[in-house]
Design a protein around this ligand. Sequence first.
Ligand code: SF4
Ligand code: SF4
Length: 336
Amino acid sequence: MQAYELDRPERLRAHLACTRQLYQPLADGQGTLRWQRLNADDERPFVVPAEPPVFSAKAFFFAEREALFRYENGQFIPLPPAVHPQVLFGLAACDLTAVAYQDRFFASDPHYQARRAATLLVGVDCAHSCRHGFCAMMDSGPEVRPHTADLILCPLEQRWLLLVASEPGEQALTGLALQPAPADWARQRDAQALQVAVEQGEQTEIALGCAALNGETVDSQTWEALGLRCLGCSGCTSVCPTCSCFAPLQQPGVAGGVVQERVWDSCLYQGFQKEASGHNPSATPGQRVQRFWYHKFGDDFRQRFGRDGCVGCGRCDAVCPGGIGVHQVMKRIGQP
Ligand code: SF4
Ligand code: SF4
C-alpha cells in the first residue's frame, strides 16, 4: 500500500468533501455519536471516536425503508434509488468488515450496489479499545483491513499515516499535496494495533460460547431463560452492522397499482418466521434468541460468508434493555 504522511485529517476531509457528500460520526448534542453530513468548509476537528456511533454505516447502503418497484397497468416499473457520490469518513475497522460482509449478502441487489458503487470508504484505526469491543478476536480490527477500505487513516504521535487501499482511493487524492511516510511508521501502526488487542484481553467467554453453540451442547431451557429477557424491541438487530433481515411491504399506488417497498425486519419479532399456514418455526422467545446467535457464530454461516457474522463491535451489549448482548449470552451458553 502507498503510505503518506498527513499533517491534519481535516485537510483530507475538506479535499474529499469538495466533490462528494461527506458523512462522519459526530456528537449529536445528547452524548451520542451519529453519522452527520459535513461541508468542505466545516472546521470541526476530526477525532477518532472512543466508542462506535450508535448506528453503523449499514443504512447508507441498505435503506431502512425504500420503494423497490411499482406495478401499474400490468407492468413492473423499477424504482432505482437516487444516488450521489458520497464518502464515509472515519469508519472503524469493525464497521468496514461489516460493510464487506454485507457486500456479499447483497451482491445481487441493485439498490445496495448502486449506493455502494458511489461511495468512498475512509477507515480509521482505533488507538484504544472501545468499552464492549472484541474486534481483535473476531479478525475485524483494531487496524483497518486493507480489502475493506479505499483510504486508511492511522493516528500516530502528532501525525497521521494515510494508506491508499484501492484505485478509487488513489484517484480521490489527486490534487492533494502529500509526502511519502517514513518507513518505520508501518511498524508503529502494528505496535499500536497490538496494544489495542491487549487492552481488549482474551474475552474467553466468546470462544467458549461459540464452541457450545456449534457443539449443540446448549439445552433449550438455557435458550428459553435467555429468551425471557428478550423484549422483542429489535434494538440489537437495528444497530448490528451485519443484520440484514427485511420484510416486503405493499402500498397502494396510482390507478389501482401497487408500490413494493422493503423495510428492516428483526428475527427477534414474534411473527418474523410465521408462515401463512400459521406455523411458526421460531415460536418461542428462546428459539428466536438462539436463531439470532446462530446467524452470528454458526459454522454454516461462517462457511457461507467466509467469516463470522459478528464483527465484535459490542453494540448489542450497549443497547439491549434485557441485558442479553453478546457477552452475556456467550457467557451463559458457554458455561459447563
Ligand atoms: S435488544 Fe435485547 S431485548 Fe431487544 S430484541 Fe435484541 S435481544 Fe431482545
Ligand atoms: S452481534 Fe453484537 S457485537 Fe456482533 S456485530 Fe452484531 S451488534 Fe456487533
